[in-house]
Ligand binder design. Structure first.
Ligand code: NAD
Ligand code: SF4
Length: 443
């Protein structure tokens, strides 16, 4: 559905190709509807945000204050930066009109006359493609004044990001869009739906989420909700990277595919002679899962059922019940050739580099965590360092302005809880005890 045109033979991102394929028909349908009815269909569809948090999209739209007199804005979050996630870029590069159609319908539904696509700095080609696509859509009057004679006006602008992960956090993004440093705001009170861009109501939705809107208009919310499973409806793109034979992106019905089907049937399983030992299921911020773990899930009648790692359905609620999250759909596979201390250090280096520095636990803590895991991979850490690392992670968790604090500490907490023995095996007790060892003394 969403990736229908990605890598499609004979497809190009021009408006003519999109129109030949029935493009912008759903916009015409939507313009004939009551805007509130569109929101109602999106609510009925059960669509949950595909950026990572899985918040119900239609419900978010209703958070615009009812007596609002300020302008309303729509922001498309195209700052896809979560390690392991590479889905939105394909839509931006290959099917920009699907996004634009979804955005114009959304603007009509929420009463926004101005929309921004905040695109990460590292996608320069996609920004050019989008600008061309918006110009084409304006020429055909799908964007601009009096869209298709409906009396509805809307403008869409592309805004290049500032090459920082935190610009994808919605309130950091808004600060950046306002021309300031991307310091996240405290939520509450600054939930963008009420107090967003220029302190006006602002709906921030991910690229993939906005594309779903056109399909919901086409199918109707009830019909769309038949895709997937209860509370986890529709399709979503899973991006699989790491130690499998055929990594790539896969559009699946949410919850209809298990970890085994994804990794073995779709990705060809582990590389020859290797065994998969762990998976990070929802981008680097999500908690690692071991392949030998067992979990308890709830049946529809409320009873419990025990499942293995391989039976986990790939949906928001199941992955949350397994102690992790579906997040942005970035599935990172780790086999037995990888040292877990290396994985840990790689993650820590990323978050230490990307912390915006606004709050102390995150700024200092992420750097301390990286320093400790640097020592670990260099063979200079002591077993006590693992305890210190764990303690630092728990002191960041829940004590920061934005969710980046948890994003940096959850992976550390989970890796230590599940792979402590392997990490301890990489420490050197003798270094700590040997005063003649100058490197250890320096630590
Ligand atoms: P969140 O749960 O705080 O919010 C989710 C959305 O719901 C936001 O738009 C928020 O404004 C809205 N919301 C929640 N409660 C609300 C309320 N009471 N009133 C009004 N609006 C409300 O999560 P978040 O911090 O926006 O996102 C975290 C997720 O982002 C992580 O789970 C991670 O997977 C993901 N992420 C994705 C990428 C990527 O590249 N796609 C990058 C980094 C992080
Ligand atoms: Fe910045 Fe980290 Fe604080 Fe978020 S948690 S505001 S990224 S310092």
């Amino acid at each position: 559905m969403i990736f229908k045109n990605v890598d499609r033979v004979g497809w190009d991102p021009s408006i003519q190709t999109y129109l030949n394929d029935g493009g912008y028909e759903q916009l015409k349908t939507a313009l004939g509807m009551d805007p509130k009815a569109i929101t109602e269909e999106v609510k009925k569809s059960g669509l949950r945000g595909r950026g990572g948090a899985g918040f119900p999209t239609g419900v978010k739209w209703t958070f615009i204050p009812p007596n609002n007199t300020k302008p309303v804005y729509l922001i498309c979050n195209a700052d896809e930066s979560e390690p392991g996630t590479f889905k939105d870029r394909y839509i931006l590069h290959q099917d920009p009109h699907q996004l634009i159609e979804g955005m114009v319908i959304t603007c009509f539904a929420v009463g926004a006359k101005v929309a921004y696509i905040y695109i990460r700095e590292e996608f320069p080609e996609a920004a050019i493609i989008l600008e061309k696509a918006i110009a084409e859509a304006k020429e055909k009057n799908f964007v601009g004044n009096n869209v298709l004679g409906s009396g509805f006006d809307v403008e869409i602008y592309v805004h290049r990001g500032a090459a920082a992960y935190i610009c994808g956090e919605e309130t950091g993004l808004i600060e950046s869009l306002e021309g300031k440093r991307a310091y996240p705001r405290i939520k509450p009170p600054y939930f963008p739906a009420a107090l967003g861009l220029y302190m006006c109501p602002t709906i921030v939705n991910n690229v993939e989420s906005l594309c779903h809107v056109k399909h919901i208009v086409q199918m109707g919310g009830d019909e769309y909700a038949k895709l997937g499973v209860a509370r986890n409806t529709g399709t979503r793109i899973l991006c699989v990277s790491g130690d499998v034979k055929n990594p790539g992106y896969f559009e699946v019905e949410v919850g209809k595919v298990t970890m085994r089907e994804l990794i073995y049937d779709m990705c060809g399983g582990p590389k020859d002679g290797r065994e998969i030992k762990a998976v990070i299921p929802g981008g680097s911020s999500s908690k690692i899962l071991r392949t030998d773990e067992k979990f308890k899930l709830k049946n529809p009648d409320g009873s419990d059922r025990e499942i293995t790692f391989w039976d986990i359905p790939m949906d928001f609620d199941s992955l949350a019940a397994c102690g992790s999250m579906a997040g942005s759909g970035g599935v990172i596979v780790i086999d037995d050739s990888r040292k877990i201390s290396w994985v840990l250090n790689n993650i820590n280096a990323f978050y230490a580099h990307e912390s915006c520095g606004q709050c102390t636990p995150c700024r200092e803590g992420s750097t301390w965590m990286r320093k400790i895991s640097d020592r670990l991979v260099a063979g200079l850490a002591t077993p006590m360092d693992i305890d210190t690392l764990e303690s630092v992670a728990y002191q960041i968790d829940g004590r920061t302005i934005c969710a980046f604090g948890e994003a940096s500490s959850w992976p550390v907490e989970a890796i230590i809880a599940k792979f402590r023995d392997e990490l301890i095996a990489d420490t050197r007790v003798e270094n700590a005890l040997d005063p003649a060892n100058p490197e250890a003394a320096a630590q």
